[in-house]
Design a protein around this ligand. Structure first.
Ligand code: HEC
Length: 172
């Protein structure tokens, strides 16, 4: 469905603008024309969870750290190169694409924290994802980030569900 949305807008100013924003590292919401994000409360709670559960490997400002777990780099979670569509060449745990926030949730809730996988509640994982979205430049809209809304939030326009244009990522 969002594929059709994007097809429709491909030649438009909106689409060109979205491509430009993606190039400078902002997340794009392409949710069938409806933007969802998260609540302030989720992001605030997520900030605390992040500092306690994630920051020791991904660093307090999300810039990532080499050799954080069994020789693996904890990749950056904040900034223009965070959360790429495809796993990076040296990644060993992540095998899946990140197209929507739901994809990131599936990965994180099963595997993170890397030394204590699946140790948080579902709500805690959603809250920490709200914080990561916020730190990547999206603003709260006071609609809760949930299993349902997360399927409609695309991280990067070129990895939207149904998009074939993953190759563009190499230029980012
Ligand atoms: C003990 C260290 C450690 C902790 C703590 C940790 N991570 Fe990770 N994380 C890693 C490593 C290492 C990887 C890379 C996995 C791989 O190579 O596939 C990773 C990968 C990720 C990825 C995928 C990033 C990408 O670009 O592919 C996400 C998202 C993530 N972690 C989120 C979290 C969150 C959220 C928390 C806190 C709830 C957390 N991590 C806690 C070590 C950690």
């Amino acid at each position: 469905m969002s594929g059709a949305f994007e097809e429709h807008h491909r030649g438009s100013t909106w689409w060109r603008c979205a491509r430009w924003l993606t190039a400078v590292g902002f997340f794009i919401f392409a949710a069938n024309g409806v933007a969802h994000s998260f609540t302030e409360t989720q992001a605030e709670s997520g900030a605390r969870i992040y500092q306690h559960q994630c920051g020791r490997c991904h660093k307090p400002n999300g810039e990532g750290k080499d050799d954080s777990y069994r020789g693996l780099r904890a990749p950056e979670l904040i900034g223009g190169t965070a959360l790429p569509c495809k796993p990076r060449a040296l990644q060993k745990i992540r095998m899946s694409d990140f197209r929507t926030v739901k994809d990131v949730y599936e990965f994180v809730s099963a595997t993170m924290p890397a030394d204590q996988p699946a140790s948080l509640s579902a709500e805690e994982y959603w809250n920490v994802l709200a914080f990561i979205l916020q730190r990547n430049g999206t603003t709260a809209d006071n609609k809760r980030l949930t299993d349902t809304t997360s399927r409609e939030i695309t991280l990067r326009s070129e990895c939207a569900p149904g998009s074939a244009a993953v190759a563009h990522e190499a230029q980012l």
